[in-house]
Ligand binder design. Structure first.
Ligand SMILES: *Cc1c(COP(=O)(O)O)cnc(C)c1O
Length: 492
C-alpha cells in the first residue's frame, strides 16, 4: 500500500508516512486506496478476538510489516487494556450500542492507537532507514497527551514532549500528565487554548531551522497527534469490531446498515469510521457530535467552515477545538481527491479563518453526515438521563454524542441501530459527572470519584485512584510563541 498526501506533493510507504507524521507539502498522508473487506470476511471476524480483527484490518494498510510482526505488536499493546477488553459493546435500550473505548491505561479512546503507535513508529523508523532518535511532539486537548506519554515512556530511541493548554483540561487529565514517569517524557503547559498549542506544534514542524537544530542533537521530529496515519489506522479496527459484535449477538444480520455517532474534536475518530465505511462496513449515516465549539455542525449544515468564533471551555475539554486538522482528509475525499481544491481551502483557512465548499463536495458531505451539537446543559441532562433510565454512567464527551443521536433520530425518524463511540471513562471527569447528576461537588475530584463509585458499584480505575499519591514531575510553562525555546530547554 502506498500513501499520498492531501495536497498532492508527496508519496511514500506506510512506514515513511508514520515516521514523518505530516507530509513535506503540509498535507496529510492518506492511503492510495481503501482495501475492501467482504461481508464473508466480516462473518469470519465475528468469531475472532479483537487482536485478530485488528491484524486483518492493519495488515492491509501496513504492508511494510509481516502479519506476524503486526500480530506481535497488537498483542503487546492490547495486553495493557483491562479485563473488559479493547472495545466492548454495551447494549442500551432503543438500538443504542455504546462502544466503550476507554478501558486502556489512560482511560480514553486515544489508548487504542497510542498503545500501538510506539511499536509502529520504532519499527517504521528501522524499515525506513531513520537512525536518529525520534522526538514525538504532541499538542493535547487533554487525553492524547497522557496516552502518548504512557505509550512512549522509556521506549528506547524515543522522546515524547506534550504541550497542553493551561487551565483547559480536567484536574484528573492534568495530574495524569504532570505525574508522568520516564526519563524521555516532557510536559509543558501553554498559556493559551488547544488551538494555540496545536498551531505552535505545527509551527515547530514547519520550521527548517528547528529541524536542523534537533537533527544536530540527534533527533528526527515526529507527531503522535491524530494527523499521524499510525493513529488513524488502529481506530478503523474498532468500528469493524463493533459490527462483528453485533453480528455475533444477533443484533445485526450481515449487510444490515448501522449508524455511527462520534463525539468529535480533531475529526480523527469519526474519520476512521468513514474509512471503515469506504472499506465496506455497512453504514447508513455518520452522526458528527460537537459541544458548544460547534464549528463542525455549522460546516456540515452549510458548507461553510468558519473558525472565527468565540472559543468555549466546556466540560468536554477534549472537544474544545475550532480547527479540526483531520477534516482535511475528509475534504480530500469529498472533492474526489482534488489536491488543488484542498490546497485552496486550507490557504483560505490560514489567511481568512474560513473556507466554503460547494457543489458536489457539499452534497456528498450532507449525504454522508449529520451534524448536531450539545450545549452544556444538554450534556448534563444526557448524563442524568442515561444514569436514571439505564443505570449506566457516561462521561461528558459520550453524553454530547448521545444528545446528537437523540436530535438526529427526532429529526429524521431513522432509528436503526447505532454505535455510539464512548471516548472516556466517566471517572476522568468526576466533577462534571457529579454536577450533572445533582450530587454535591464540595470536595476534590478524587472524593467525588469515590462517591460515584459508591453510587454505581463500579470501582474507581487505578489510573485515577493512584493520582493524588504521585509526585509531580513536570512543572514547565510557556507562552504560545515560546514553545520552541521551552522545548529546546527540556531536551537539553
Ligand atoms: C480526543 C477526544 C475526542 C475527540 O476525538 P477526535 O478524534 O479528536 O475527533 C472525544 N472525546 C474524548 C474523550 C477525547 O479524548
Amino acid at each position: 500500500m502506498r500513501y499520498i498526501t492531501t495536497r498532492g506533493g508527496q508519496s511514500g510507504t506506510g512506514a515513511e508516512a508514520i515516521v514523518q507524521g505530516l507530509g513535506c507539502d503540509g498535507g496529510l498522508f492518506v492511503p492510495e486506496s481503501f482495501p475492501p473487506v467482504s461481508l464473508n470476511e466480516l462473518a469470519d471476524m465475528a468469531k475472532e478476538p479483537y487482536e485478530a480483527r485488528a491484524v486483518r484490518i492493519l495488515k492491509r494498510f501496513l504492508t511494510d510489516f509481516s502479519e506476524q510482526q503486526i500480530a506481535g505488536m497488537a498483542e503487546v499493546a492490547y495486553a495493557r487494556f483491562d479485563e473488559h477488553g479493547v472495545a466492548p459493546l454495551k447494549k442500551l435500550a432503543g438500538g443504542v450500542n455504546v462502544l466503550e473505548l476507554y478501558h486502556g491505561p489512560t482511560l480514553a479512546f486515544k489508548d487504542v492507537a497510542l498503545t500501538l503507535l510506539p511499536h509502529l513508529l520504532t519499527s517504521s523508523a528501522k524499515v525506513s532507514g531513520e537512525t536518529r532518535n525520534v522526538l514525538i511532539l504532541v499538542a493535547t486537548s487533554g487525553d492524547t497527551g497522557k496516552a502518548a506519554l504512557s505509550g512512549f515512556q522509556d521506549v528506547p530511541g524515543t522522546h515524547c514532549a506534550v504541550f497542553y493548554p493551561q487551565g483547559g483540561v480536567s484536574e484528573a487529565q492534568r495530574l495524569q500528565m504532570v505525574t508522568q514517569r520516564g526519563d524521555n517524557t516532557h510536559v509543558i503547559a501553554v498559556k493559551g487554548n488547544f488551538d494555540d498549542a496545536q498551531t505552535g506544534v505545527k509551527r515547530i514542524f514547519s520550521d527548517p531551522q528547528a529541524a536542523a537544530a534537533f537533527s544536530e542533537k540527534g533527533f528526527a521530529l515526529s507527531s503522535a497527534n491524530s494527523i499521524n496515519w499510525g493513529r488513524l489506522a488502529p481506530q478503523i479496527v474498532y468500528y469493524f469490531s463493533a459490527y462483528c459484535d453485533m453480528l455475533a449477538a444477533g443484533d445485526a444480520a450481515p449487510g444490515d446498515a448501522i449508524n455511527i455517532c462520534v463525539p468529535t474534536g480533531n475529526f480523527g475518530n469519526i474519520l476512521a469510521a468513514y474509512y471503515a465505511m469506504r472499506m465496506g462496513l455497512p453504514v447508513g449515516k455518520l452522526v458528527c457530535a460537537s459541544n458548544s465549539n460547534n464549528v463542525l455542525t455549522d460546516f456540515i449544515r452549510t458548507g461553510v467552515y468558519d473558525a472565527r468564533r468565540e472559543f468555549h471551555l466546556t466540560t468536554s475539554p477534549s472537544m474544545d477545538i475550532l480547527i479540526s486538522s483531520n477534516l482535511e482528509r475528509m475534504l480530500f475525499e469529498l472533492s474526489g481527491r482534488d489536491a488543488a481544491a484542498v490546497r485552496g481551502w486550507m490557504a483560505d483557512l490560514k489567511e481568512k479563518g474560513r473556507y466554503e465548499i460547494g457543489g458536489g463536495a457539499k452534497a456528498a458531505l450532507s449525504e454522508l453526515m449529520y451534524g448536531a451539537w450539545a450545549a452544556e446543559e444538554d450534556c448534563a441532562a444526557e448524563i442524568a438521563r442515561t444514569w436514571n433510565e439505564e443505570k449506566y454512567l457516561i462521561d461528558p464527551h459520550t453524553a454530547v454524542a448521545m444528545k446528537a443521536l437523540r436530535d438526529y433520530r427526532a429529526e429524521t425518524g431513522d432509528n436503526r441501530p447505532c454505535v455510539v463511540a464512548s471516548t472516556a471513562s466517566p471517572f476522568k471527569f468526576g466533577r462534571a459527572v457529579s454536577a450533572a447528576l445533582g450530587l454535591p461537588t464540595d470536595a476534590d475530584d478524587f472524593a467525588l470519584c469515590a462517591r460515584l463509585s459508591d453510587m454505581t458499584g463500579w470501582a474507581v480505575p487505578r489510573a485515577i485512584a493512584e493520582l493524588p499519591g504521585l509526585p509531580v514531575r513536570h512543572k514547565a510553562t510557556c507562552a504560545p510563541e515560546d514553545m520552541l525555546s521551552a522545548l529546546m530547554k527540556e531536551i537539553g
